[in-house]
Ligand binder design. Structure first.
Ligand code: ARG
Length: 457
């Protein structure tokens, strides 16, 4: 049986049951319960400060709201239209007439925005914690694999040799940006909207600084019309989660490729792989595939959110109720993907022998050979051409770079000497990268140290 509506005064008939169900948000906004109660407490304090309710009344409301918090699990939310009417009605049920005074000078329009922002601020902090946890895992893997070398790719073609640690730390850099972005989103979410009323402001001189302090906001929305119709914070979250999901999808894709029979660079532990119902030999990277596959859900939600606000007349429109459907589903899935990514990485190991076979593609030293000539005075453009000719010769004669005889080398350049042969060493190759951020051991160590420092704070 649905409860009486808080707004039913002017209606001669009750809402059609299907329309009622369609209109209700309780199934998803009940997760804002704690925040709605907290916003109610702040409001009661503002009401008493302005002399709108008595100290005794506010005491009763506060005690009633405190008691409500404890009985959340026993409330039958299904009978309510939304979390706001649930809190208000349950309060009145518990403390009687005084409970009906709580909604003085506020509207569900300013309340829902405040509740959602409070909830998202807490949850964004959780997301940021999970991002750091994943960064910590990546950093730990990198720390253990500074001596493992692998092909670095461009265009998915062998390019230059990198350390496995450097490859891993690329994802740490992405995630640091994601962390920064969520910090920015947190700042934009941090805005009190109560005190805006339905759209025009409140007829009571509510102390908004007090409301902000009590609800934990640093900022107060400056325009009441914008306050009740602004869902930018939701779009920001949907975008930030889309970008994080895209980063995790790139990681998932590389795990899938590197785990394939053709590459076999890595092995996924049995605990994070699945089998086939028909092919007995199969061991599939389903977890990584789902990490990749879920990315579209994030992009879709971002598009749905932008489409929701596009063209909405000011101020509040019910369309905006959908923000919570989008936000909550994305939040849950983002937390799930971040959590599983960390665990998946903990269950992956590098296959050194397979990687060593790849390192026998000596063309990955081509830049090092060109720079060898540069160091001996050849202009880079010329050395690039010379090494290009050597590549062509190598292919035609089926002879890898280190097998070139000195007399063959001198056909390409008189600058080649016996020290040429020491170029073909992965350790030397990575450590010959001198710029900060490069794949050299020193640079990777620094990246790891900086990431650890960032994760700590
Ligand atoms: N459930 C609504 C929402 O999430 C609360 C605000 C309702 N306001 C209104 N004017 N009907 O947006």
């Amino acid at each position: 049986m649905a409860m009486k509506k808080t707004w039913e005064g002017r209606f001669k008939k009750t809402l059609d049951p299907d329309a009622d169900k369609f209109n209700a948000s309780i199934s998803f906004d009940k997760r804002l319960f704690k925040y709605d109660v907290k916003a109610g407490m702040a409001h009661a304090k503002a009401l008493v400060k302005s002399g709108i309710i008595s100290v005794k009344e506010s005491g009763r409301i506060l005690a009633g709201l405190r008691a409500l918090l404890k009985k959340e699990s026993s409330i039958d939310f299904t009978v309510y239209e939304d979390v706001h009417s649930a809190v208000e009605t349950e309060l009145s049920k518990a403390i009687g007439e005084t409970g009906k005074k709580l909604h003085t000078g506020r509207s569900r329009n300013d309340l829902v925005a405040t509740d959602t922002r409070m909830y998202m601020m807490d949850e964004i902090k959780v997301v940021m914690g999970l991002i750091k946890k994943l960064m910590a895992r990546i950093t730990a893997i990198a720390g253990k694999n500074t001596g493992v070398f692998m092909p670095g790719y461009t265009h998915l073609q062998h390019a230059q040799i990198i350390s496995a640690a450097h490859w891993m730390m690329a994802y740490c850099s992405m995630l640091k940006r994601d962390h920064d972005l969520f910090g920015f989103v947190l700042g934009r979410t941090d805005r009190l909207t109560i005190g805006s009323g339905a759209l025009a402001g409140s007829n009571y001189s509510l102390d908004r600084a007090l409301l902000a302090k009590e609800t934990g906001f640093k900022n107060v929305a400056e325009n009441s019309i914008d306050a009740v119709s602004d869902r930018d914070f939701a779009m920001d979250f949907l975008y930030a989660s889309s970008l994080t999901a895209a980063h995790l999808s790139r990681l998932a894709e590389e795990i899938i490729i590197y785990n394939s029979s053709e590459f076999s660079f890595i092995t996924i532990d049995d605990t994070f792989a699945t089998g086939s119902s028909i092919m007995p030999h199969k061991k599939n990277p389903d977890i990584a595939e789902l990490m990749r596959g879920k990315t579209g859900n994030f992009f879709g939600a971002l598009m749905a959110g932008l489409t929701m606000i596009k063209g909405l007349p000011l101020a509040y429109d019910k369309d905006m109720q959908e923000d919570k459907v989008l936000l909550f589903a994305r939040l849950d899935e983002l937390k799930a993907v971040l959590t599983i990514a960390e665990k998946l990485l903990a269950n992956i190991s590098f296959n050194g022998e397979k990687l060593d076979v790849q390192l026998e593609d000596y063309f990955m030293y081509a830049v090092d050979v060109a720079d060898y000539l540069v160091k001996k005075g050849t202009p880079f453009r010329d050395s690039h051409t010379i090494v290009g000719q050597m590549v062509s010769y190598s292919i035609d004669n089926n002879k890898p770079f280190p097998k070139f005889e000195e007399h063959e080398l001198r056909k390409f350049s008189g600058k080649f000497g016996g020290d040429y042969y020491s170029i073909f060493d992965p350790v030397r190759s990575v450590n010959s990268k001198l710029t900060s951020g490069s794949t050299s051991a020193a640079s990777v160590k620094k990246q790891i140290a900086q990431a650890k420092q960032f994760i700590k704070h």
